[in-house]
Design a protein around this ligand. Structure first.
Ligand SMILES: [Zn+2]
Ligand SMILES: [Zn+2]
Length: 376
């Protein structure tokens, strides 16, 4: 099958020239016991893929990229139940082992067994089903590797979805939608009437805007360094937008919300944006960190106001919930028009446009490009 393989991280932009992804024929085995073969029909190009291209977080190489996708089940291995050939599925990287203490309390995103497999580049079963054409080792990305025509994955990574959802939209549920909506519904638990700021208006941030509207927030302030994103943000629920580069940005948000927002979501992974998230939050408010940056990045918190103003700093990884339960709910909300996540789609691209797609993402002019591994 054809797949996009990364051999090296940290290659310089423009990526159309440095080509971090080589498009090549690779081998895929299986599915073995407890595994499923999926034909990939859509894969989202996420900002965290860009930060891996940039080398901010090390991955085992070579690796087939992509952690947000959807497709059709083609074959199931021995012992797989609840999923059958022809099922339409969204694929999520948060697939807990189901047995450890974090899985047992309903926090599969924190499963150490699975994050260990993710770091090693294997499936959660501990095996690798990908091989280079010459037989050399080839790693799985986050247990799914969807920049490929097919993927063999653990069934815990699959969420069966309504056939009514177009597969290029379904692809967005595994990362952008579950992360943005889960941050609002599960992590922050935004109350009706609350005020919200979302910093970073990409796929995850715009989903957080939609979810905040659904949660009944009275004000939703979209903040970004690219005002070109503001029209879409307003169309999906932002009540006001603020240019993060404006010297008075923090003051504008505080004025709009009579002293600051109840919840500030930091979705860009940028440390300056995290400082801004703290600055725009009201006394007693909450900062929810959703974006990820460099492995070693650290930020500071002023101790006295944190204590005396009862401020909360909360991390939210991949929506902080149980994708198997949450994604079907978000799909229902999408089908009812309440989470219009199809608005996140930018353009469809083929493998030949993938590297260039990272240039477009780097420039900030696109929200979610969707790779169609089998063509249009
Ligand atoms: Zn992602
Ligand atoms: Zn676990």
């Amino acid at each position: 099958m054809t797949a996009a393989v990364m051999y090296e991280q940290g290659l310089p932009a423009p990526y159309a020239e440095s080509k971090p992804f080589k498009i090549e024929e690779v081998e895929l085995d299986g599915p073995g016991e407890g595994e499923v073969l999926v034909e990939i029909r859509g894969a989202g190009i996420c900002h965290s893929d860009l930060s891996v291209v940039e080398g901010l977080r090390k991955r085992p190489l070579p690796i087939v990229g992509g952690h947000e996708g959807a497709g059709i089940v083609r074959e199931i291995g021995r012992g797989v139940t609840g999923i059958a050939p022809d099922d339409h599925v969204a694929m999520a990287l948060v697939a807990g082992c189901g047995k450890c203490r974090t899985c047992l309390v309903g926090r599969p995103g924190l499963c150490q067994a699975v994050s260990g497999a993710r770091a090693e580049g294997s499936l959660s079963t501990g095996t690798r089903r990908l091989r280079l054409a010459d037989g050399g080792r080839l790693n799985h990305y986050s247990g799914i590797s969807v920049y490929a025509q097919y993927a063999v994955v653990a069934p815990q990574s699959l969420i069966k979805i309504d056939d009514e959802v177009p597969l290029d939209v379904a692809a967005l549920f595994g990362c952008a939608v579950v992360t943005g909506a889960g941050a609002v519904f599960n992590s922050a638990k935004v109350r009706p009437g609350a005020t919200v700021a979302v910093i970073g208006l990409g796929g995850v941030g715009l989903t957080a805007v939609m979810a905040a509207r659904e949660a009944g927030a009275s004000q939703i302030i979209g903040i970004d360094v690219l005002p070109g994103k503001f029209d879409l943000a307003r169309a999906v629920g932002a009540t006001k937008c603020v240019d993060a580069r404006d010297a008075l940005a923090v003051q504008q948000v505080r004025d709009l919300t009579h002293g600051g927002v109840d919840y500030a979501f930091e979705v860009s992974g940028n440390l300056a944006a995290l400082d801004m998230a703290q600055a725009v939050t009201v006394r007693g408010g909450e900062v929810i960190g959703v974006g990820v940056g460099k492995t070693t990045a650290a930020f500071s918190v002023a101790q006295l106001p944190w204590v005396s103003e009862e401020r909360v700093l909360r991390g939210s990884f991949m929506g902080g919930g149980v994708p198997q339960q949450d994604i079907p709910k978000y799909v229902d909300m999408y089908l009812q028009g309440r989470l219009p996540v199809d608005r996140l789609r930018s353009e469809h691209i083929g493998f030949d446009q993938l590297n260039e797609g990272f240039d477009l993402l780097h420039g900030g002019g696109v929200v979610r490009q969707i790779l169609l591994p089998h063509g249009a």
